[in-house]
Design a binder for this molecule. Structure first.
Ligand SMILES: [Zn+2]
Length: 278
């Protein structure tokens, strides 16, 4: 294996999980114990920046998960403040907004999220116990599409929960068919641990797929085939840091026999165009 040269475009890690400084010293170790997996840094914004600087990543997108509806607005106030403070920093951290399926007035909350300058929301049905096609979510999808916000979805299985899972590739394909104007990003190549179903139902669709928690968990040949068949213009580089090491994930990505222009799309241009913030 020859040495990998670092790409000459700014790499954006589109999938990280960060916690406020006041919570990270408790939350990161407790999640580490639950996942059975040591974090690659302490889970703070500054910890992420130091790690990204060390491994040559230029920016990271944080995906906050609200586990209760009444934590959505203060979580978003916190991350809006971080986003404002981060504008001039490098590596830069940007956060999407949190959301929860039990928020009462979904349209109003999404309007507030849009007004605060967020590029989209993160949803995680395994923690939030809902299905993407529950009719109760339809107002939220319609508002996201109306405001041009991204729906960034956890997809597939999750190590700390047991099947049946809520967020299957089929559910995501159905959601995209019901809301064709909605921009959907499905994490983990469309379904962690459900890659054959994702390949059959999402590859070739308009759903954008990220690469977090795919390397070291599935066959590189299937990753490469899914990228090629889906189209590099609909794939985002992401690591799931601190729950994977972003440097190791980037190295694994760079080992795939992709062209420089495919790498540049996946690591940089797609995230910039989709989110409009980096
Ligand atoms: Zn994640």
């Amino acid at each position: 294996m020859h040495a990998l040269s670092h790409p000459d475009f700014p790499v954006i890690d589109a999938h990280v999980h960060l916690y406020p400084d006041a919570l990270a010293p408790k939350v990161t170790p407790s999640l580490a114990a639950r996942f059975g997996n040591a974090p690659s840094f302490d889970g703070t914004v500054d910890g992420c920046r130091a790690k990204d600087e060390a491994v040559g990543i230029a920016a990271a997108l944080n995906l906050p998960v609200a586990t209760k509806p009444d934590s959505v607005s203060h979580t978003n106030d916190f991350w809006a403040g971080v986003n404002a403070a981060e504008r001039t920093r490098t590596p830069r951290i940007h956060s999407l907004a949190a959301f929860h399926p039990l928020v009462a007035d979904k349209g109003a909350e999404i309007e507030r999220i849009a007004a605060a300058g967020f590029a989209g929301i993160k949803l995680h049905p395994e923690y939030q116990l809902f299905r993407f096609n529950d009719p109760a979510m339809d107002d939220a999808w319609a508002a996201l599409a109306e405001f041009g916000l991204v729906a960034y979805l956890h997809a597939g299985g999750e190590r700390v929960f047991t099947p049946p899972f809520h967020s299957t590739p089929r559910e995501i394909a159905r959601l995209q068919a019901r809301f064709p104007k909605l921009t959907i990003v499905a994490a983990h190549l469309g379904g962690f641990g459900m890659w054959d179903e994702a390949e059959a139902t999402l590859v070739g669709s308009d759903v954008v797929l990220d690469l977090s928690h795919t390397f070291f968990w599935m066959d590189d040949a299937q990753i490469l085939r899914m990228i090629r068949n889906h189209g590099a213009e609909k794939i985002l580089f992401g690591s799931d840091a601190p729950w994977q090491d972003p440097g190791e994930v980037l190295e694994a990505f760079l080992r795939l026999p992709l062209s420089d222009s495919e790498r540049q799309r996946i690591c940089s241009a797609n995230a910039r165009e989709l989110l409009g913030i980096f």
